[in-house]
Design a protein around this ligand. Structure first.
Ligand code: NAD
Ligand code: UFG
Length: 336
């Protein structure tokens, strides 16, 4: 099967391309490289022995999309391309709505034009807003606390309307919890530009000596140790979830939504300790004020994905930290 992977040189996209190739499917990547490097392709080739087809371009370019869908005889699309920095989305909302919402509309229009009607969309647990009842099931109320989250909710709504209007579409929205970790080879991983916003890449940079100290955003939450609790999921488990979604969705009409998480929450201090163990380093930290917009705790109810997609996360927190450390220590400055 030939799969168009938008955003395929990015963090989750690159790991998914590896899994697709290993399954014998053919990813065709389109990426503008706005947040990734072309050298990712060398690494995918090193791991799998196959270099995926790559087109440098933007998903808002309708003509390019139609050309790629037709010339490569694409059967399904996985849509990762998007911007994901929550803080930036607050200061530059138009940039986020244009990239994430308009980009998705242009993609679905091109797919319609070319009669490609199977899509897997990268959504996020951020669509549960500031929910307090855990674990989160797919039918929990949704809301947005920032333009990034709103852009994901808007695309999910557009998908629902599209599937209502035309039952020949098969679209699966996957709501990721907190993707972390790296491929076990240490050849691909997360390579944020500038100061990392997220916990795991920050911890990795402290361990490798690029940053001095982790700031722990609050220890007065209603959680066992007072620090924030999240459902961290290994990126390779997450990547496999996309293959399960494609296997399940291909040919099955309608709009499907699944949480991809482990169903377990871990605190910031638990992650710090696990990373210290994996890297054999003492990681410095200091407790600072809460980060505005953070919820105390968030974790998934992953049962729907298990029963319908026959998918479940298998890797532990220790796997996540060991694999992140292998990637970070082998590539202290990220991709060349
Ligand atoms: P990433 O930034 O590493 O990958 C996204 C890729 O899309 C990048 O390679 C970037 O260059 C490309 N891109 C962005 N806009 C584009 C455009 N208009 N046209 C073509 N290419 C474009 O991010 P990621 O962590 O791999 O996330 C992938 C998807 O998953 C995103 O949609 C993100 O919102 C979603 N998601 C991520 C997380 C997370 O914590 N990483 C959590 C939930 C959801
Ligand atoms: N944290 C720190 N220090 C840091 C970074 C994070 O203490 O330097 C804490 C946060 O306060 C939170 C936890 O670590 O308690 C996890 O924070 P992340 O920034 O790694 O992840 P979030 O859960 O805040 O957000 C992530 C993505 C969002 C996405 C959300 C749900 O960044 O885009 O998961 O999928 F919407």
């Amino acid at each position: 099967m030939k799969i168009l992977v938008t955003g395929g040189t990015g963090y989750i996209g690159s790991h998914t391309c590896v899994q697709l190739i290993e399954k014998g499917w053919q990813p065709v990547i389109i990426d503008s490289l706005v947040n990734s490097k072309i050298s990712v392709l060398d690494r995918i080739q090193k791991i799998t022995g196959t270099r995926p087809a790559f087109i440098e371009g933007d998903v808002r370019d309708a003509d390019l999309l139609q050309k790629v869908l037709t010339e490569h005889a694409i059967e399904a699309v996985i849509h990762f391309a998007g911007l994901k920095a929550v803080g930036e989305s607050v200061s530059m909302p138009l940039k986020y709505y244009d990239n994430n919402v308009h980009g998705s509309v242009v993609l679905m229009q091109a797919m319609k034009q070319c009669h490609v009607k199977t899509l897997v969309f990268s959504s996020s647990a951020t669509v549960y807003g500031d929910a307090t009842v855990m674990p989160l099931k797919e039918d929990a109320p949704t809301s947005a606390t920032n333009p990034y989250g709103q852009s994901k909710l808007m695309v999910e709504k557009i998908i629902a309307d599209l599937c209502d209007s035309d039952p020949s579409w098969s679209i699966t929205a996957l709501r990721y919890f907190n993707p972390v970790g790296a491929h076990e080879s240490g050849l691909i991983g997360e390579d944020p530009q500038g100061v990392p916003n997220n916990l795991m890449p920050f911890l990795a940079q402290v361990a490798v000596g690029r940053r001095e100290v982790l700031q722990v955003y609050g220890n007065d939450y209603q959680t066992p140790d007072g620090t924030g609790v999240r459902d961290y999921i290994h990126v390779v488990d997450l990547a496999q979830g996309h293959l399960s979604a494609l296997t399940h969705g291909h040919g099955k009409a309608g709009h499907h939504i699944f949480n991809l998480g482990t169903g377990k929450g871990n605190s910031v201090l638990e992650m710090l300790n696990a990373f210290g163990k994996a890297s054999s380093k003492e990681l410095k930290y200091k407790i600072v004020a809460r980060r505005p917009g953070d919820v105390a705790a968030s974790w998934a109810d992953p049962h729907k994905a298990k029963s319908v997609l026959n998918w479940q996360a298998r890797k532990s927190i220790d796997d996540m930290c060991q694999d992140t450390w292998r990637w970070q220590s082998q590539n202290p400055n990220g991709y060349p």
